[in-house]
Every structure is written in structure tokens, then in C-alpha cells.
Ligand binder design. Structure first.
Ligand code: ADP
Ligand code: MG
Length: 249
């Protein structure tokens, strides 16, 4: 079953057609990569899935329910969590304080700073956050200021923050962008572990082909705002159209 169905989605920014008639189905419990050159419309597409942008035309169904017309937090509560292209953690807060945010947000629809003041009464939230840090192998870093984490650990925390919401669909926008190889490999391992251990669908936008071919079961190639081809990694690798449009060969 397709958990996410994008039908004929188009989006313009003034005269610029960022997306034109995009169709995409993501199978439940699969890892689906969306690749394509810079400016292809990948982030725009992701933004249309989470309510940050509203498509001009078309429909987006998650679990057969339309996400269009809903606020980002409502889409989040439907079961979609998203990791941004640049880390969205609060550097001045500790690892634990960051981890509490999405759990509160999921429960209350929004995070309010005074939530921290009542934390003594929030046993369940704290336990959930602790369990997630444990699962992310970050329990020993819980009191660290998040700004002092390595790039890989920042990403790990962010992914943990998303998972704490128990999403059915995890969206990642270039999760390894700007990372050194070792951090990239750690992120690949983490995502493999998540895929193996959880009932979750992952849609990942990624530039790094090593990451894509390590994780994806299906790949959609986006070029100039429109899907060029969708196929298995093996077929994508050998597809001359893809090599020309994307791999630059
Ligand atoms: P990708 O993520 O594939 O690199 P984007 O979705 O970020 O591509 O961008 C697709 C196109 O839309 C680009 O030409 C980009 O400059 C343009 N674009 C993206 N967001 C905006 C915006 N908010 N306003 C105007 N143009 C935008
Ligand atoms: Mg992008």
C-alpha cells in the first residue's frame, strides 16, 4: 500500500515553475529516495508535503487523507515528521531539553517555553525523552549544550527528536549535507537501524549517491521540477537518461 500519494502537484514562485505535475507514490515501510540536481524542486516538494508550502494544483494524500489545507503541526500529528536540510536544534539548550520539545509539541500541538517549568510533573514526557536518547546512544550526552555536539551527533539528535513523535513517515532533506565521511557513514548506519527496527516509511532527499544506494529501495529522479524516472537503485544506476541528467556522465 502507498502511504503517501502525490498527484499532479505543481508549484510556482512568480514566473518560476518549481514543480510541474509531480506524481509520486511512496510504499509503506519502504525507503524511497528523491534525487536530482540542485534546483530540481526537491525541497519544494518536501515543503508541500508538510504544509510549509501549499501547492498551486494537485493533491497530497497521507494514509488516504489529504494533507492540503492543514497546518504543519496538524500534519505532524497525522504522523509525518521531517528532518530539515540544516539542523534545527537549539544550540543553547541541552540535548535533553531539545529532546523534550517534539514530545511536548506532539502532545500539545505546539511547544511553549513554560513547559520546562512544569517538567517536574511531566514524568511521562521525561521518560519518553530518556528512552529516545538511550535508543540514539546519546544518554551520556544529555546534559551537554547541543551547540557543542559534533555535526553527526547534531543530526543524530535531530533524527531522534523526529522519532520521539513516533511518525509513520519520516522525511529527510539531505541529512548528510556538509558532513565528513565518518559522520555520513554513521548517519547511514543509524537510518538502516531505524528502518530495520521500526515500523516506519522513510522518504529521503539526498545528494550523496553513496547514501542513496546504501538505503533506498525505490528512487525517484526529479529534474526541473518534474519526475524523470522512478525505479529500483539497480535500474537507476544503469539508466542513461539519469546518468545524463543527473550523474553528469
Ligand atoms: P532543490 O531542493 O532540488 O535544490 P528547491 O526546491 O529548493 O530545489 O528549488 C527549486 C526552485 O525553486 C529553484 O529554482 C529555487 O531557486 C526556487 N525556489 C525555491 N524556494 C523558493 C522561494 N521560496 N521563492 C522563490 N523561489 C524559490
Ligand atoms: Mg533542497
Amino acid at each position: 500500500m502507498a502511504i503517501l500519494k502525490v498527484k499532479d502537484v505543481s508549484k510556482r514562485f512568480g514566473g518560476l515553475k518549481a514543480l510541474t505535475d509531480v506524481n509520486l507514490s511512496v510504499e509503506e515501510n519502504s525507503v524511497h529516495a528523491i534525487i536530482g540536481p540542485n534546483g530540481a524542486g526537491k525541497s519544494t516538494l518536501l515543503n508541500c508535503l508538510v504544509g510549509k508550502l501549499i501547492p498551486d494544483t494537485g493533491s497530497v494524500l497521507f494514509d488516504n487523507q489529504s494533507v492540503l489545507g492543514r497546518e504543519p503541526y496538524q500534519i505532524n500529528q497525522m504522523g509525518i515528521s521531517r528532518v530539515f536540510q540544516t539542523p534545527e536544534i537549539f544550540g543553547e539548550l541541552t540535548v535533553m531539553e531539545n529532546m523534550l520539545i517534539p514530545i511536548f509539541a506532539m502532545r500539545d500541538g505546539a511547544f511553549r517555553m513554560h513547559a520546562y517549568e512544569t517538567i517536574a510533573n511531566e514524568k511521562e514526557v521525561v521518560e519518553q525523552a530518556e528512552a529516545m536518547l538511550e535508543e540514539m546512544n546519546m544518554a551520556d550526552k544529555r546534559h551537554m549544550h547541543s551547540a557543542s555536539l559534533s555535526r553527526g551527533d547534531k543530526r543524530r539528535l535531530e533524527i531522534g527528536m523526529c522519532l520521539s513523535q513516533k511518525p509513520r513517515l519520516l522525511l529527510l532533506d539531505e541529512p548528510t549535507a556538509g558532513m565528513a565521511r565518518a559522520d555520513t557513514n554513521n548517519t547511514i548506519d543509524l537510518l538502516k537501524q531505524i528502518k530495520d527496527e521500526r515500523d516506519i516509511t522513510i522518504a529521503i532527499i539526498e545528494h550523496d549517491m553513496h547514501v542513496v544506494f546504501s538505503l533506498a529501495e525505490r528512487i525517484t529522479v526529479l529534474a526541473q521540477g518534474t519526475p524523470l524516472v522512478e525505479d529500483t537503485p539497480e535500474n537507476i544506476r544503469g539508466n542513461p537518461k539519469v546518468r545524463e541528467a543527473y550523474l553528469g556522465e
